[in-house]
Design a protein around this ligand. Structure first.
Ligand SMILES: Nc1ncnc2c1ncn2[C@@H]1O[C@H](COP(=O)(O)OP(=O)(O)O)[C@@H](O)[C@H]1O
Ligand SMILES: [Mg+2]
Length: 234
């Protein structure tokens, strides 16, 4: 299967600090991959580096055959990457419907159909479509943020800790939706919530101190309590 995203020996930095120092990941078409690791390991920085929000010092990031290194974030998104940041990235003073419409890129021809599909996945958003984003619950905001990545035909969607700060019952709803989304999309999911990651992903990479240290099948990691204790603190 063709690789959608391939990251090799990636080093990146913020100011004088080197954050990533040797990250290798590969995501193939149709896969859902989990990025795991302790707080501060570099998971969010990996997604930001892919999006050009954090500077690459060395190594490569390929989307298909295209190198993403040194390209502005806007152009990276236009190449077909959906990014769902940790802090939602929705417009507070626009309605749900307006947030979705605004997310549609110029090259997306079937935007209205895609919005209708998003509302099927998240019926809560359809019901509240005329409400301003700032009045939504955390769960609804997360759903809206994910939906903004779904209104375009992206090659891959990067999602940063969708479960963060949400109640268990909301996380369950989100898990069902993400599972549904993963049937049609290629997903790179950063998660601290191990059971959510296990519900969605087939393979994983563990990042520790800015390096990918272990990877494999999620089903093997579920059996390996030693590995979980060492790298995830479970
Ligand atoms: N703006 C920044 N300036 C300096 N260091 C940062 C900055 N953002 C993140 N870091 C550091 O980079 C490391 C990785 O952070 P992050 O990628 O957010 O971790 P994770 O998402 O795995 O919890 C942490 O040690 C963090 O302190
Ligand atoms: Mg993070």
């Amino acid at each position: 299967m063709a690789s959608i995203l391939k990251v090799e020996n990636l080093n990146s930095y913020i100011g004088q600090y080197t954050i990533l120092q040797g990250v290798d990941i590969e995501v193939k078409k149709g896969e859902a991959i989990a990025i795991l690791g302790r707080n501060g390991a570099g998971k969010s920085t990996l997604l930001k580096t892919i999006m050009g929000l954090v500077n690459t010092r060395s190594g490569s990031i390929l989307l298909g055959e295209d190198s993403l290194v040194g390209i502005p974030t806007y152009d990276i998104a236009n190449k077909g990457i959906g990014y769902v940041p940790e802090d939602y990235g929705v417009f507070d003073y626009l309605t749900i419907a307006e947030n979705l419409k605004l997310a549609i890129r110029n090259d997306t021809k079937d935007g209205d159909d895609r919005i209708a599909k998003v509302y099927d996945i998240f019926p809560d958003l359809r019901k509240a479509s005329e409400r301003m984003a700032r009045t939504l619950s955390g769960g609804q905001r997360q759903m809206l943020s994910i939906s903004r990545a779904l209104v375009n035909d992206n090659k891959i969607i990067l999602i940063d800790e969708p479960s963060k700060g949400l109640a268990p019952v909301v996380i369950e709803t989100l898990a069902v939706a993400l599972k549904e989304i993963s049937k049609e999309s290629t997903i790179l999911l950063v998660e601290q919530n191990f059971s959510l990651a296990c519900a969605i992903a087939s393979r994983y990479y563990i990042i520790n101190e800015g390096r990918t240290v272990v990877n494999g099948k999620i089903e093997d990691l579920i059996q390996d309590t030693q590995l979980q204790a060492t790298h995830l603190g479970i």
